[in-house]
Design a protein around this ligand. Structure first.
Ligand SMILES: [Zn+2]
Length: 327
């Protein structure tokens, strides 16, 4: 997504000096704060009772070894996950910096061990911090209506989704990769908010942060089949030979072996490309959120190594955070 769009200045901006527009579609802004760049959805910025932000790659205390023009370099990145290659001290420093940049310096962060599930947790309090590790809580979505805590999910290709119920002042943070999307984790989170807080979908705003785009997200027949089995309109979210993959027409068979075709000479199995943003948009609007209240950054993690981390593209890389909290 070209950042040059910022120069056209089509979006009404409160702080024109520090914000630049990165997405035409929903007019998201990239706010520069304390040497970091934080992505924000304007619809959520307008709610003065909450703080939120999606972290990006540049800045930070972590040193990531990357290849640039075939030369190794040490890039300074804002890695927010406890990855093998990084020092705990750097991650903690980065987290403190990011939390301060979103205006949550004094809030306690609620984190999880994310497991690509549909497990949703209501958080009413965060234990006095043992900030040096993530909470032992396993799951992929958090929601609350308590103040002074920051709900956090970590991603590096999966879609981070933030929900805000403007009427009941409740919030949620969701981690949705293909497995979570397949299990409708966003819809299940909204369902819990309905049950426990009386949230009505028409009062909810949803912000879908940067994740791997359809441009870069090839998946195999197993994913096509699972989506086909779960969603009548799954076909709308795939590019490529979805029907033949989902029906199993292209499943491996022994024919190349029988015809003595040497290994490596078979055509590669066909793949399709999945649009996780479109799938989650459809799931959220199917759950009753007006499509005009669902906002996407339009940024693909794999297309933007300058701005974002992509596990699929890089493997050895950092983690971003999406965070939301009630003041
Ligand atoms: Zn892409």
């Amino acid at each position: 997504m070209p950042t040059t769009a910022a120069k056209k200045g089509t979006a009404p901006r409160k702080r024109a000096d520090t914000r630049k527009q990165v997405s035409n579609d929903a007019q998201w802004s990239l706010r520069r704060e304390r040497g970091l760049q934080v992505l924000q959805a304007p619809a959520l910025v307008r709610l003065d009772w909450l703080v939120h932000g999606f972290s990006t790659r540049p800045g930070g205390a972590s040193k990531l070894k990357t290849l640039c023009d075939r030369r190794k370099k040490n890039e300074n990145v804002l890695n927010l996950g406890f990855t093998e290659w990084d020092k705990r001290k750097c991650v903690l420093e980065n987290r403190a910096k990011f939390f301060a940049a979103v205006g949550a310096g004094k809030m306690r962060a609620a984190t999880m061990q994310q497991i690509h599930s549909d497990i949703v947790h209501r958080v009413d309090a965060v234990a006095p911090e043992n900030a040096s590790r993530d909470a032992a809580l396993q799951g992929d979505a958090l929601f609350t209506r308590e103040g002074d805590m920051l709900l956090v999910v970590q991603t590096a290709d999966c879609i981070p989704i933030l929900l805000a119920d403007a009427k009941h002042r409740a919030v949620a943070a969701i981690h949705a990769g293909w497995r979570g999307t397949l299990r409708r984790i966003a819809e299940k989170t909204l369902g819990r908010m309905k049950m426990e807080f009386g949230t009505r979908p028409q009062d909810v705003l949803a912000a879908l942060g940067p994740g791997i785009g359809q441009c870069c997200y090839e998946v195999g027949p197993e994913v096509a089949k699972e989506f086909q089995a779960q969603f009548p309109n799954a076909r709308d979210w795939f590019e490529g030979p979805f029907d033949s993959l989902a029906s199993g027409e292209n499943d491996p068979n022994w024919l190349p072996w029988l015809t003595m075709m040497p290994p490596g000479h078979q055509a590669p199995p066909p793949r399709v490309r999945l649009d996780l943003i479109a799938a989650n948009r459809a799931i959220l609007s199917g759950a009753g959120i007006a499509s005009g209240n669902i906002f996407s950054s339009g940024l693909c993690t794999a297309c933007r190594p300058d701005l974002l981390f992509s596990y699929r593209r890089e493997r050895n890389t950092g983690r971003m955070m999406a965070a939301i909290g009630i003041k």
